[in-house]
Ligand binder design. Sequence first.
Ligand SMILES: Nc1ncnc2c1ncn2[C@@H]1O[C@H](COP(=O)(O)OP(=O)(O)OP(=O)(O)O)[C@@H](O)[C@H]1O
Ligand SMILES: [Mg+2]
Length: 273
Amino acid sequence: MSESARVHELQQQLATLQERLMQAERLTAVGELASTTTHEFNNILMTIMNYAKMGLRHRDEATRTKALTRILEASERAAKITQTILGAVRNRSADREPTDLGQLVRDTLVLLERELSKYRIAVELQLQPSPHALANANQIQQVLLNLLINARQAMPHGGVLCVTVRPSDDGMVELIVRDSGCGIPPDVLPRIFDPFFSTKTGPDGSGRGGTGLGLSACRHIIEGHRGRIRVESTVGKGTAFCIRLPEAPSSNAAAIATPNMQVNNSASSSSRA
Ligand SMILES: Nc1ncnc2c1ncn2[C@@H]1O[C@H](COP(=O)(O)OP(=O)(O)OP(=O)(O)O)[C@@H](O)[C@H]1O
Ligand SMILES: [Mg+2]
């Protein structure tokens, strides 16, 4: 076999091994999610069983209404968990393509426009001309939704939400979601990416939040893209999540002209995932 044929063969073997490694990584992430979910499901079933017993034992209407309300809440939480897992499994098979992150930001904000204005949140966009990212648009949209909903929930009395897309000098594209909300205390910060970690007591007035799966799903997705997600937060000032995704090979800069608007948020504590 000639030297160049041998090199070619080795390159093909390497590509096959890389593909298998990526498949294994995807399965590990799903497996990890599934095992933590099983524990959480068990907790939910215990809650449902205990409140059902309480409802059967006590015949007065007030107790029964309370028991049924708790059972409904627990079941809704269980349904949300299965949706999240199914979404994660389904999306994992999808391919990555050159993706215009600025356009994805605009499309995703359309979905939340009503909700954001209801909570008096002003949106500032800093979408700089940037190369396309090599990404699965569905998955990144899921990440964006999770971050935007968290940001909205951190600003219950209104505030400013700033979304930035910009090139970075090392072959990555940056996507930053910054809010002027409550911030995250330094002792909580290292735990926010843990599955089922939540400081929310349950779904809010818009039926969102409280499962503690949002950021752990974000981390799985971003790491699956060989990207990075990082958070900086100051209590009382706000929080910024910064995502870096690999540029698509030979991508052209997307000409997205936008005014540069600045939101002043200093960040003192930070945590990386
Ligand atoms: N922008 C933010 N500002 C302040 N705290 C935040 C922000 N984003 C996340 N957090 C904190 O991190 C925790 C975990 O977030 P995560 O999105 O994983 O779960 P959740 O929002 O509580 O529930 P859900 O599964 O519905 O997303 C939150 O409960 C909150 O304490
Ligand atoms: Mg969340």
